[in-house]
Write a protein that binds this ligand. Structure first.
Ligand code: R5P
Length: 293
């Protein structure tokens, strides 16, 4: 197996290759003078099972992901597995207003034109997986998040909305602490309203888990609500730290006691690694493919 890291997922690719005990090639990526993407996989041939790690954010990564797949195929890759740690566009998984595209479907179709298998991590809507042109599976970051927080004195795990309730359940169950979710109403792209928690949060060390933090509006509203309810501390962990604009400064300078995300997107808060989660799945798959003696 050879792991190829695209420009948006280099650290994760390196860590994954280390765990898999295989070669890692970091695809070089530059821009032509007109801004078009130039990418190259160093070497003459691949002739092995290839795992490409690259996410879809920012948009330029999408072009690179498509081009790397073509290069790998031309270099003789026996199979191509695409690991997309952060699959963007999954929030536009249906038409909300006439005239809109079904972005998630378009992305899934085009990204899987030259690969044999796709793995995503905590994709916003699992239904999107059926649009890939090859078998696709979503891996969960709950195990990595629960492992990180298991010795940190957390009393309660909460999801900021009903959509993330299963995530809170999974993390809470793994940590052996109660879990629940808050009721959220989205007022605009940046503003949300969160109802008081049903569970008693007074004096509790609460961990909020979500899939994405973008503007930070959801997490800010949830934290304010929990602090008003007397929570002793509020820690926040998300899978994908998109952190638009100055979200990191705003969130770390506010009410939140600890803020972390997974390394599906690499930034200064991405200290929870999903490399073992991906490696475990790749190893399972390799075992299944091995011919019986
Ligand atoms: C929404 O359904 C998602 O799970 C996240 O809660 C949301 O995308 C976070 O966005 P923001 O940080 O902009 O509130």
């Amino acid at each position: 197996m050879i792991v190829i890291g695209g420009s948006s997922s280099r650290d994760l690719a390196k860590e994954l290759a280390m765990i898999m005990d295989c070669k890692c090639i970091l695809a070089s990526s530059t821009r032509f003078p007109d801004g078009e993407c130039y990418t190259r996989i160093e070497g003459d041939s691949l002739k092995d099972d290839v795992v490409i790690v690259q996410n879809t954010y920012p948009d330029t990564s999408i072009i690179e992901m498509i081009l790397i797949q073509d290069a790998a195929k031309r270099m003789g890759a026996k199979s191509i597995t695409l690991v997309i740690p952060y699959f963007g566009y999954a929030r536009q998984d249906r038409i909300f207003k006439p005239g809109e595209p079904e972005s998630a479907k378009v992305m899934a179709r085009h990204l899987s034109l030259a690969c044999d298998r796709v793995y995503t991590v905590d994709i916003h809507k699992e239904g999107v997986l059926k649009n890939f042109k090859c078998p696709a599976k979503d891996l969960k970051a709950s195990g990595a998040i629960a492992d990180y927080f298991k010795d940190k004195g957390i009393d309660l795990v909460l999801a900021p909305d009903a959509g993330a309730a299963d995530r809170a359940k999974d993390v809470g169950t793994r940590m052996g602490v109660p879990y629940d979710y808050l009721e959220k109403v989205r007022l605009s792209g940046t503003e949300v309203k969160i109802a008081p928690a049903k569970m008693d949060c007074f004096g509790k060390n609460v961990l909020i888990v979500d899939d994405i933090i973008a503007t930070g509006g959801t997490i800010t509203a949830a934290t304010v609500q929990l602090k008003e309810a007397g929570a002793q501390s509020v820690s926040v962990a998300c899978t994908h730290g998109v952190f638009t604009g100055d979200a990191i400064q705003r969130l770390t300078g506010g009410n939140i006691d600890a803020l972390l995300c997974c390394n599906t997107l690499e930034n200064k808060l991405s200290n929870i690694s999903v490399a073992s989660t991906v490696a475990e799945e790749l190893k399972k798959r390799m075992k299944r493919r091995r011919p019986r003696k």
